[in-house]
Design a protein around this ligand. Structure first.
Ligand code: ADP
Length: 254
């Protein structure tokens, strides 16, 4: 029952795309088309640079929106495999710095003896990026985002039994009211301005945690900050040692 409910929810959610996301896309395209038009009529270098920066930003935003939509609506199941979190997340440093901008710092606190976890590495990266972007958005004055991972042996919680790794993304931002906390996992629920938020981030995080056989917990206090903690199942086998970290979905270029 839960499965078909989720399926129905998903279909309804995707049905709303035509309205909400098409609208966002249209706004972004308008920025680009308008910018091109103005470029045609200005020779001033500084002004041209400004226009191009705006267009580039709009294009990036469009690309990230598509990425989220694809991840959210993707039919094929995730491909869980043994993942070394320290390695996978350590490999995201540059991507995080580039995506988050200079206003926030990311601090990794990954314990030395972390167990490998059984997850889809590409999806994990998207999820961590989503959570980090949310954390940044919650701290308009800047600050530190802590990404922490700890082993949790013999967990017994709700439906979960066994060894897990808790991966937390911690911010000291604006926090959430209980009303917002209650709704955050709903697809398309957002408190952000039009064109800024899709409301798909935490819905995707939730789906990822469920499909991985884990869970996600949120602790938040208005004015103090938010911790989103993923419980990821320990992997029975060791990850590959050689070569670079398993490839994420996120292209390193850009
Ligand atoms: P989006 O970020 O596109 O709005 P999400 O599903 O990721 O979509 O988040 C839904 C809402 O949850 C956000 O609009 C925001 O109100 C709230 N939220 C998510 N993460 C945080 C956070 N770290 N701090 C405060 N509020 C948050």
């Amino acid at each position: 029952i839960e499965d078909s409910l989720r399926q129905a929810q998903k279909i309804e959610a995707l049905g709303q795309l035509t309205g909400g996301v098409a609208h966002d896309f249209n706004n972004l395209l308008m920025v680009i088309l308008g910018g091109l038009e103005m470029l045609d009529h200005t020779d001033e270098a500084a002004r041209r640079k400004l226009l191009m920066d705006g267009m580039r930003q709009a294009a990036h935003r469009g690309a990230s929106l598509t990425r989220q939509l694809l991840a959210f609506s993707r039919r094929q199941a995730l491909q869980p495999q043994p993942v070394d979190l320290a390695r996978q997340i350590g490999g995201m440093r540059e991507l995080l710095a580039r995506s988050l901008g200079g206003n926030v710092q990311v601090q990794l606190e990954l314990s030395q003896d972390l167990w490998p976890v059984h997850v889809d590495p590409g999806e994990l990266e998207l999820v961590v990026l989503n959570l980090a972007v949310n954390a940044r958005d919650a701290m308009p004055k800047g600050g530190a985002i802590v990404i922490r991972a700890r082993n949790v042996p013999s967990l017994r919680l709700d439906g979960l039994r066994g060894d897990f790794v808790r991966l937390s993304i911690i911010d000291t931002g604006v926090g959430m009211t209980t009303e917002v906390q209650r709704r955050v996992f709903e697809p398309f629920f957002t408190t952000k301005d039009v064109g800024k938020g899709s409301g798909l981030g935490l819905a995707q995080v939730y789906g990822f945690a469920q499909q991985s056989g884990g869970n996600v917990q949120i602790e938040s206090e208005v004015g103090r900050g938010t911790t989103v903690a993923l419980l990821l199942p320990r992997s029975e086998s060791q990850p590959e040692r050689d070569g670079p970290a398993p490839e994420g979905l996120i292209p390193e270029a850009g």
